[in-house]
Design a protein around this ligand. Sequence first.
Ligand code: SF4
Ligand code: SF4
Length: 379
Amino acid sequence: MMPMPVRRALRRWNRLYRETRLVALSLREKDHPVFAHVVVTRRCNLDCAYCSEYDTHSKPVPIEELLRRIDKLAALGTTTITITGGETLLHPDLEQAIARIRSYKMICVMITNGYLLSVDRIKSLNRAGLDRMQISIDNIEPDDVSKKSLRILDLRLRWLAEHAEFPVHIHSVVGAGTTRPDDVLIIQKRAKELGHLSTAGIVHDETGKIMAIDAESRRVLKEVEDNTRSAFSFARHNPWRKKLLAGQPNDWHCPAGGRHLYICEYGLVHYCMAQRGYPAIPLDQYTIEDCVREAKKPKPCAPYCTVFCVHRIAWVDQLRENPNQALVQLFPPDENTGASTIPAPVRVLQSLFSGSAGKTPSPTTVAFRKAAMRLLKIS
Ligand code: SF4
Ligand code: SF4
């Protein structure tokens, strides 16, 4: 068997290739779903005080039904599926679902509280082809609000550092007493020591609206962003998040219902986890026409929305329609010098797949674009 660093490197390059291809597809096609969240069970083994996503008794979605839903999402042209719950590791056939997602060349992400991880389960997730794992950790020691605690999960994080062939993101929710804000910095430091990534989310109510956060939490969120390893982190540059943290609403169009779908345990399509009940159409009857219609509908919850993955899709759509404006929104000019801060690779991708607004692409750009499309197997 190949040594772990080699296996990880191969998987990393394969994932990078597929993710680049999917970003290019998302830039080119404007109607298909980019992200879908699929609930595999509503049951959870924990009971976080701020959570409205779980119960204590539901059965897992039967695997045949789950596979049918994945097939349907693939037929709609979905590029990334995130497996969510409840607690996803409670699903006995989770690996079959992951393998099915990967068989369509989609990116497969899973969210878990990590309690049920073991070395054997990590190896089985490797074999299934999992692309990314997100683990939520809210505090150092368990308390009445959350038991997703570093002290309990540290051993699992070490197992992941040793055996996982996929990247692991540690996600912490900050604000409204969910955690002691400085715990998040300790969690981030530990994540870095183990080679994991870390992000911090803002606490929201059950409708997705940001909740009031104090100055201490604001400081911690800023510090986590500043410590983020990747220069291209959307969390770090996200202009929607910056305005929300400044207490201001965002003026944007939410494309959920088309570009983002949330599939509940009953197989109904909803805008997102926070806006369940709209449009609540069975996935097996959902069409591209439904995607287009629902994506266009105005969403009254948009101004204070904290669902950052949908912001990201809206930004990609804006990049296609008005690339210059989108890039300046994400990478504003340097405050002191006025110089552009747009990273070179982002400029190359933008010019290859979306062109410059109002300009006819040069023959070299057209040739480059065709070659890249062939390389990425986008017909
Ligand atoms: S672990 Fe996740 S799904 Fe379970 S109660 Fe906590 S937040 Fe909700
Ligand atoms: S704006 Fe869109 S993503 Fe945000 S809560 Fe509303 S429907 Fe969900």
